[in-house]
Ligand binder design. Structure first.
Ligand SMILES: [Zn+2]
Length: 324
């Protein structure tokens, strides 16, 4: 009876993969920001006619099997709608590889809104949120695939009207669904502008992943955002950035913020329109280069576990992070 009551009372954190709900603790070793397919042709021209799923699977599957063999259990696929998000493709790739995949809802309003569909210019933030909430409740485009987070993007400089609108829409969606907001951001100015919009909507900064934060050179800004509770994502690792990533991990650890750091490659991906899907960058540099460098610099196995297991799970767990 006691055990039963205890299990009733403990609400285990969940995440949502392309296969549905799963305990956040089952994510295991995770790459929190990668891409399997990206189509940069623009919102007015992209669509499923742009690629053949069988060809994509043939090209991409070996890269997923490669990381599966390294012990990775989950890959977060960060390609938004109108940039090549394909729930059916992700479902096939997850089944064939055994790697748990997480997809998203939301719109990408960087790059002069090239990837924003026409309707989003006329609709209000609430109307956009209604579309995203509908995906979270009923599945994406009639499939049984549900988004596991909200992916948005804003411009590098001060937020424009369309950027503001997608951030507002993300806030409304978060409050309804508990999906975390991952925002392609870069510099600190738009990062803090977005955190201010979250605050206006009574949403705690821990609902926000400051994506591409490695573009900001002033680490005090990272400390400041981490102190508020936001997630700081250095997500574009390549071997040339080893020193920068290691130094960042050390500094964040020293200041007590390692539990707010997310690392990934932002690598991949199949490119529709290019012969054979073009050049694909795999997902192994972190394992082969960054992890040994982190250990050499004095980070423990537990620190590495925090970075690649605990943090992605906590960042993506479904939770309405509302400030009372
Ligand atoms: Zn990305």
């Amino acid at each position: 009876m006691v055990a039963m009551l205890a299990s009733c009372n403990i609400r285990e954190p969940k995440v949502i993969t392309v296969d549905g709900e799963m305990p956040a603790g089952a994510m295991g070793k995770t790459l929190h920001h990668e891409h399997l397919l990206v189509d940069f042709i623009g919102a007015d021209s992209t669509g499923y006619h742009r690629w053949n799923r069988d060809s994509v699977v043939e090209k991409v599957l070996p890269y997923l099997l490669e990381i599966k063999n390294m012990g990775y259990k989950t890959l977060v696929e960060c390609t938004p709608a109108y940039l090549g998000r394909d729930p059916k493709l992700l479902k096939i790739l997850s089944e064939k590889s055994g790697v748990q995949l997480i997809t998203n809802t939301g719109y990408y309003s960087a790059v002069d809104a090239k990837f924003i569909p026409e309707h989003a210019f006329n609709e209000t933030a609430s109307q956009l949120a209604e579309r995203w909430i509908d995906e979270a409740r009923n599945g994406i485009e009639g499939t049984d695939v549900y988004p596991g987070f909200i992916k948005i993007a804003v411009e590098r400089g001060p937020l424009k009207e369309i950027n503001r609108k997608v951030v507002e829409a993300a806030c409304i969606t978060h409050k309804e669904t508990g999906l975390t907001i991952m925002s392609h951001t870069g510099l600190s100015e738009p990062a803090f502008e977005q955190l201010a919009i979250l605050a206006e909507n009574d949403i705690h900064p821990s609902a926000f992943i400051w994506t591409h934060a490695h573009n900001e050179k002033n680490i005090d800004k990272h400390f400041e955002a981490a102190a508020l509770g936001a997630w700081i994502a250095f997500d574009n690792f390549n071997p040339e950035r080893t020193e920068r990533f290691v130094d960042f991990a050390q500094q964040m650890k020293k200041h007590g913020f390692l539990k707010k750091v997310l690392f990934s490659h932002d690598a991949g991906w199949y490119k529709p329109g290019e012969p054979g899907g073009g050049n694909f960058r795999g997902f192994t540099d972190i394992e082969n280069i960054l992890m040994p460098a982190l250990r050499d610099a004095g980070l423990s196995q537990q620190d590495i576990h925090i970075l690649f297991v605990d943090n992605p799970a906590r960042a993506l767990q479904i939770e309405k992070r509302v400030v009372n």
